[in-house]
Design a protein around this ligand. Sequence first.
Ligand SMILES: [Cu+2]
Length: 323
Amino acid sequence: MKTPVKLGAFGLGLAVVFTAALGLGSAVGPAPAPAATHESHSEAGGHEEAATGTVPAGLQVAQDGFRLLPVTTELSTGGARPFAFRILGPDGAPVTRYTTSHDKDLHLIVVRRDLSGFQHVHPTLAADGTWSIPLAVSSPGQYRVFADFQPTGHANGITLGVDVPAPGDYQPRPLPAPARTSTSTVDGYQVTLTGDLTPGGSSKLTLSVSRDGLPVTDLQPYLGAYGHLVALRDGDLAYLHVHPDGTPGDGRTPAGPEVTFYAEVPSAGSYRLYLDIQHAGAVRTAEFTVVAGPPAPTPTTTPSAAAPQPSESGHDADGHTHK
Ligand SMILES: [Cu+2]
């Protein structure tokens, strides 16, 4: 889809820590875009001024007068059921007008608190301001639901988060070990991550996509970009949403095999990265665990490279991903 015109508005979820790092060059139309600057977001209001201090996005259920209010209070593990919620504005009424960002008025991220079960979906807005989407999660537990949006007339994007349970027997999974390659044994895709996350600094991340050993050079734009990357901080699920350097159709951005991002993480620690790409008509998610800064002390229960790990965590630690 050639809809780069919409990209100029995308400030969603980009905490201030990311804005300087994006270089998304929001190529609005044919005019030479001021690449690598975020002034091009000015039509969206320049979101840097809106950051709430240094608090990362997604940690609050309310911010800037806006509040995320679930209508559905449980998630279903038994097949898709409607999940509904509203965004209440400063006047207490549901928000019904949004600024489109990356082809959507609102992006919904659902992930279990242990960072498993990631979903990135796009609900539908009813006239009364109720968002809804059929949703199922694969296993019980406490889930974090992020709404990433920009109310019309508001200067910046906002990401609110709320916990919603999926009742049942919760079996937490350990965070998969850091890995540079995410491999799908089902359909032959492999995504390799190059680059490091540096706390407080801009970090270049390159994700290289191959299939059956061959570089993928015909990635398809998905929501106006060749890739969407969400990073969640282990421990509190601070939310970071970044987009690639370059825009499909800007004449300088190849359709793979490499997709480059600039990211800035707010602290040392472990992060789970979720890369959504589209190829051959399907959206796939590659996941990685990345440690920013000095590695945290290793818990004694964490399998080390020297010690063969028990099988129960082996499935989670293979860096796997596409779904
Ligand atoms: Cu989205």
